[in-house]
Design a binder for this molecule. Structure first.
Ligand code: FEC
Length: 309
């Protein structure tokens, strides 16, 4: 039989349980344990989110399974074999590559469950995957980005229309607020494509949904003592309230799952902030294992395997 091409599906990772939060946070901080206060703050955010304490794990599992089914139906069973590799939790990126090698795979494609490239995000995942693939003797190719894939844009634009419908009467006055995870502002000196790709995704989704009133804002900046890209979503909501905006549809374009940065940072923190300023805030449904999103991923993987990227 023909040997399968490995697909390393990479995602951020989340703790297994509340006991695992400290080790997870320490890994994110590159081996520096958080202070007791930082740990307490993060633990309380996990405790506050609804729909399961660590929904990202189940959502990533569901995405990997759905991508496997999509690849099977597009390319035939046995052509591609998906493996999971997480940035900050087990199974780590290196574990996923080692599992491929153990299965006899010699050729693999890597793809990250976030559409836009940054040297600090996708670049970091790919560097670790490439290094382990080199060690294991696997020929590795990366899907760097898929931020303008037509199936991704269509899936997001449908969600924008759904969300505007939920805002009901205020649809005409609603503003679509695209958002993404902030990064340290030093990426601007590196000519990083992250911000441009996020704006390109946002503009394409707005166009496809027929939305004219939209803006982009950052969210979820870390506290590292260094400046991060702004304005943050809370600053943006403050300004919008001063401008008299009454209804906002938050549309994350860099996140693809329900997880802490959506369920806490938007649904709890930003919503409370908006409520206090008389702004009605809704959020689009996240993609999770949406079939069009799975198609965008599968098509990008097949494209890379056939030398299209
Ligand atoms: O639900 C979950 O358990 C995980 C939610 C989660 C996602 C996520 C995605 C991204 N991050 C990105 C960059 C950074 C940088 C730092 C950083 C820190 C954290 C902390 C938590 C956390 N991130 Fe995250 N991120 C998620 C969770 N992230 C928790 C630590 C506490 C905090 O700051 O709140 C700063 C690291 C440092 O200290 O040096 C930088 C980027 C993404 C989106 C792309 C991707 O998914 O990979 C970029 C989901």
């Amino acid at each position: 039989a023909k040997k399968a091409i490995g697909v390393l599906v990479m995602s951020y990772g989340t703790p297994e349980s509340l006991d695992g939060v400290e080790a997870y946070y320490t890994h994110i901080r590159r081996g520096h344990p958080p202070s007791a206060e930082q740990l307490e703050d993060l633990t309380s955010r996990y405790q506050a989110i609804v729909g399961g304490v660590f929904p990202l794990r189940e959502n990533t599992n569901g995405q990997v399974a759905a991508l496997q089914r999509t690849l099977d139906s597009l390319a035939g069973e046995g052509t591609y074999a998906c493996y999971q590799g997480l940035k900050h939790a087990s199974p780590y990126i290196e574990d996923g590559v080692a599992a491929m090698a153990a299965a006899g795979i010699t050729e693999a494609i890597g793809i990250v469950l976030t559409p836009q490239y940054s040297a600090m995000s996708v670049g970091g995942y790919m560097k670790r995957a490439q290094e382990e693939a080199d060690k294991q003797g696997i020929a590795f190719k990366a899907v760097q980005e898929y931020h303008l894939h037509p199936q991704l844009i269509d899936a997001l634009s449908k969600r924008v229309n759904d969300g505007l419908e939920r805002l009901g009467d205020s649809r005409e006055d609603s503003l679509v607020l695209f958002s993404a995870h902030s990064l340290p502002a030093k990426i601007l000196e590196m000519n990083d494509p992250y911000a441009d790709q996020l704006l390109a995704t946002s503009a394409a989704v707005a166009k496809a949904a027929g939305v004219e009133k939209w803006q982009f804002t950052w969210q979820s900046a870390g506290q590292t003592g260094q400046p991060w890209l702004g304005p943050d979503i809370l600053e943006t909501l403050e300004r919008l309230s001063a401008e008299g905006v009454k209804s906002v549809l938050v549309t994350p374009v860099g996140f693809v799952s329900d997880h802490l940065e959506v369920l806490y940072d938007i649904d709890i923190e930003a919503r409370k902030f908006a409520d206090a300023r008389g702004i009605r805030l809704e959020r689009i449904r996240m993609l999770n294992d949406d079939p069009q999103y799975m198609n965008a991923l599968a098509d990008s993987v097949i494209g890379a395997a056939n030398g299209r990227t």
